[in-house]
Ligand binder design. Structure first.
Ligand SMILES: *Cc1c(COP(=O)(O)O)cnc(C)c1O
Length: 941
């Protein structure tokens, strides 16, 4: 048997000879020499990480299958926002398991993201149609957080919002708890009320109605909407998308906001996530909307083109005034759900809904015939059944035949049918209740709520019924996009590294993919072991004591971490400590999260060299010593350097009574070399979708674990249905499911298991080497804005184009778009410094790819020089004309540069990536907001 190459040598793109030549170029003997020079000794950790020995891909695959087999999904009839569904094979294999979809980045460069932008506008159209509201966003993190976002949205939208947010007592219990966690931090009063009795007394600014309710009851939302509007409040309806194919849309009843989850549209249960939450709003509320919104604009050739709309609402621009802290959302899952609707179409969805409903009706009829009372008088798919004293026995009997029902209390069982329910399961469920079948029931929905409005009438939902058509539609869209399967995506702060197949494969194992988040703990032991191992390893690598993997994005990890700090201060009686210091270079999510945690943001200046201005920090610590809650610093800083002063930053803040939050999203520069828990941090979050190989999915999913020192551990997220009963009570849930996006944790688990301590450490060194190589070579052509004391950067570097822009009029945008002609995705643009590009190559790129990128950037510098020399004006330069589509090859050509230079600047390349559209006009799209599928005719030439 031949000796297989170790996984670490597959993950790290640089061959030993490449490393040697790069080190030589930089003037270092070895990787260790380089790291000794780059990483300040004050923060270096002493020992090798204490992690299990690395295993081969084959061994990790076997171990993952063993863990998966310890989970017992059974038939999920627990309900509560999570339902059985069938992911059509063509969508599973060609979206969820296809790197052209899952390795894509967030569509900030719309010209190379038209495929996923179209898929997302399909999602928005689907949500808009089903909810009956005009504008839907392109996903939120889950249903619970979507309800919480809706609460703050209606509060923002009302001029004189006062009083309480009233929640339907029949809302999903986890949604109520997620809202309570958020509301507490913001000082918002939440009142849970039985809405069948009408609205409670007192001031209120918003009302949430669950439609249908958690019990299954379908309440007519109209009287509540009318009453709430009469009292000046806005109404949020949390609605089930499948039910909406049969029930009238809340928008037609006057709902202001509709939220929910799209999970049951073909997205695996994944033990709770990732799933795409959704939100749709009434006209006039779109500018208050959280999350990303895809809109239609036009390109330079006058054709319609998609791009993200109303970006100024978002945290990366508005910071502490943002509508929400959401950055990474759930794009891959939104794409999956939208494709489910594309494949089934309106009549297919309605048929699935009807079958689901009829199975519930069959069960209801069987129970009624035997005198067993169904508590809810109306239902779509969920029945709450009264079985005095027998509930546990019924649930147990069902579990013995592989069906998971919901134990409500000793006298009550609830169950939900789904796309997975069969005739056999109906019989089995009735047998668990000790009764037999009666016959076939008919549709029994409340007549006044039966849907009459149309939905999914757009051709895209009516044209892809055969698998061949569907396959080709998916390929057509992904062919328009630039993802990691085409070339490097050197995005600073985003760590677009390898997402290895061996890491991805386990997520599709039924034991991981098909488990309901509220299944009995005894049926989820594989997940518990995986989570406990992963949390342990993350504690080890960060130097903290406790980790919670519940937050389902970096932004949510930030909020969880800040709430832990808040909990700690409150427990100490320091109720006044609410100031959060933040360097001016902080990521936008930091500021937005601090506001959500009920804190006031005070900005600390950056010094000339990009580091935290220690004098300013000292002054602000003194000034706010009484009410200082925390500082939030990113390490290495968002400027991509290892700051020597970090230990002093921590000391100053601690001395003033504050806690230190170290944003660990840049952990790819530290792993194995330094631990924030050792060098002064009290709490950090990590982004598993950066350092730990979960793919970006075109803008999500993500996992943002929060790691804390012992004194903050009591304030980590809890969850009412946590399988570890000790974690049921606490500060409350930050995500709808106990383990957040549990279904993608096998990816990071596998990464650590494959790499081992030495492999992970070597990856960090390789990432730092690559960044320094890029900085050294490109530094001769573009100024590198910041370097550490050693003259080295960390894992990324900022190229400063401001001088060139001032001199020539060529902007960072022009360079970013011109890179497309050379076959590259742009680096991060204008963050953290406007007018710059931040390059992060990661350890996974090989030297040839790094050189190809460097050569492209050098040639582009040559083009900028031609503008400087007066050969082209910036307006008619090859840079402003970029990106060039294949249309440049034919027809009239009146530009002052050749067609060759336009489309083949690096030589004729048969594998060239052709952008499907030319430069997109952003302002036009915001002025003419269109956020649903445009009519087909608008694409005619
Ligand atoms: C990516 C990033 C975040 C936000 O993470 P999301 O998962 O997108 O919410 C926060 N801070 C820094 C420094 C980041 O790079």
């Amino acid at each position: 048997m031949s000796e297989a190459r170790a996984f670490v040598d597959r993950h790290i793109g640089l061959a030993p000879a490449d490393i040697a030549s790069m080190l030589q170029r930089l003037g270092y003997e070895s990787l260790e020499d380089l790291m000794d020079a780059a990483v300040p000794t004050a923060i270096r950790t002493k020992d090798l990480l204490n992690l299990p020995e690395p295993l081969s891909e084959v061994e990790v695959g076997a171990l993952a299958r063993k863990l998966a087999s310890q989970n017992v999904p059974g038939e999920p009839m627990i309900g509560l926002g999570y339902y059985g569904t069938v992911t059509p094979g063509v969508i599973r294999r060609n979206v969820l398991e296809d790197p052209s979809w899952y390795t894509a980045y967030t569509p900030y460069q719309p010209e190379i993201s038209q495929g996923r932008l179209e898929a997302l506008i399909n999602f928005q159209t689907m949500i808009g149609d089903l909810t009956g509201l005009p504008v839907a966003n392109s996903s939120l993190l889950d249903e619970g957080t979507a309800v919480a976002e809706a609460m703050t949205l209606v509060r923002r939208a009302e001029r004189n919002a006062k009083g309480a947010f009233v929640m339907d007592a029949d809302a999903l219990p986890q949604s109520i708890e997620v809202v309570r966690t958020r509301a507490k931090a913001l000082g918002i009063d939440v009142v849970v009320a039985d809405l069948s009795q009408g609205l409670p007394e007192g001031d209120l600014f918003g009302v949430l109605v669950q439609y249908p309710g958690a019990s299954g009851e379908i309440r007519d939302p109209r009287p509540i909407i009318e009453a709430a509007h009469g009292r000046g409040a806005l109404v949020v309806v949390a609605a089930d998308l499948l039910a909406l194919t049969m029930l009238e849309a809340p928008g037609t009843f006057g709902a202001d906001v509709v939220v929910g989850t799209s999970q049951r549209f073909g997205v695996p249960l994944f033990y709770g996530g990732p799933h795409a939450g959704y939100m749709a709003v009434a006209k006039g509320l779109e500018r208050h909307m959280p999350g990303r919104l895809v809109g239609v604009s036009i390109d330079a050739e006058g054709r319609p083109a998609y791009r993200l709309a109303l970006g100024t609402r978002e945290q990366h621009i508005r910071r502490e005034k943002a509508t929400s802290n959401i950055c990474t959302a759930q794009v891959l899952l939104a794409v999956t759900a939208s494709m489910y609707a594309v494949y089934h179409g309106p009549e297919g969805l309605a048929a699935i809904a009807k079958r689901t409903h009829l199975h519930a009706a069959d069960i209801a009829a069987g129970l009624a015939a035997s005198g067993i009372a169904v508590v809810n008088t109306t239902f779509f798919d969920t029945l709450t059944v009264s079985v005095p004293g027998r509930a546990a026995a019924v649930v147990r009997t069902a579990r013995e035949v592989g069906i998971h029902l919901r134990l409500v209390d000793a006298d009550t069982v609830a169950l939900s049918t789904s796309e997975l329910t069969t005739e056999a399961s109906v019989t089995a469920v009735l047998m668990a209740f000790g009764v037999g079948r009666t016959g076939v029931a008919s549709v029994t929905l409340p007549e006044s709520l039966v849907r009459t409005s149309e939905f999914l009438t757009h051709p895209v939902f009516n044209a892809h019924r055969s698998e061949t058509q569907m396959l080709r539609y998916l390929a057509k869209l992904s062919n328009r996009d630039y993802a990691l399967d085409r070339g490097m995506i050197p995005l600073g702060s985003c760590t677009m590294k390898l997402n290895a197949t061996a890491e991805m494969e386990p997520i599709s194992l039924p034991g991981f993919a098909e488990l309901h988040p509220f299944a009995p703990a005894a049926d989820a032991t594989g997940y518990q072991q995986l989570v406990s191992e992963l949390e342990g390893w993350l504690a080890e690598v960060t130097g903290y004591d406790k980790v919670s993997i519940q937050p389902n994005a970096g932004s949510q990890g930030e909020l969880a971490g800040l709430l832990a700090i808040r909990g700690y201060h409150l427990a100490n009686g320091d109720t006044h400590r609410d100031i959060c210091l933040m360097p001016s270079s902080a990521h936008g999510t930091n500021a937005a999260s601090a506001v959500m945690a009920g804190m006031r943001v005070i900005v600390v200046k950056s010094a000339e060299d990009g580091t935290v201005d220690l004098a300013d920090l000292r002054a602000k610590c003194e000034e706010h010593a009484e009410d200082l809650a925390a500082i939030m610093v990113t390490y290495p800083s968002t400027h991509g350097v290892y700051e020597e002063g970090i230990t002093e930053v921590c000391e100053l803040v601690h001395k003033a009574g504050g806690q230190v939050y170290i944003d660990g999203a840049n952990f790819n520069a530290l792993l194995g070399y330094a631990k924030p828990g050792e060098f002064g941090g009290d709490v950090s979050h990590l982004n598993l979708h950066k350092t730990f190989c979960i793919p970006h999915g075109g803008g999500g999913p993500g996992v943002g674990p929060v790691a804390v020192r012992e004194h903050l551990a009591p304030y980590l997220p809890s969850h009412p249905f946590h399988p570890d009963t000790e974690k049921a009570d606490g500060i409350g849930p930050i995500s709808a499911a106990p383990y957040g996006s549990a279904g993608i944790l096998p990816i990071s688990w596998a990464y650590v298991r494959l790499m081992g301590a030495e492999g992970l450490t070597r990856a960090t060194a390789a990432a730092v080497l690559s960044a320094n190589y890029v900085a050294a070579r490109l530094g001769e052509h573009y100024p590198v804005l910041y370097r550490g004391d050693s003259g080295l950067v960390a894992h990324e570097c900022i190229l400063d184009l401001r001088g060139m822009t001032a001199e020539t009029g060529v902007s960072v945008d022009d360079v970013a778009k011109r890179l497309i002609d050379y076959g590259f995705h742009a680096p991060t643009m204008s963050f953290p410094v406007a007018g710059t590009l931040m390059v992060e190559p990661t350890e996974s790129e090989d030297l040839a790819e790094l050189d190809r990128f460097i050569e492209a950037m050098i040639q582009i510098k040559g083009e900028i020089d031609r503008v400087a020399a007066g050969e082209w004006t910036p307006e008619n330069s090859v840079l402003r004309g970029a990106p060039h589509t294949s249309r440049a090859l034919v027809g009239d050509w009146e530009r002052p540069y050749s067609r060759e230079l336009a489309v083949f600047p690096a030589g004729i390349d048969p594998d060239k990536y052709w952008p499907p559209v030319a430069r997109i006009d952003n302002a036009y799209g915001d002025r003419n907001l269109v956020c649903a599928c445009p009519p087909i005719e608008s694409f005619a030439d």
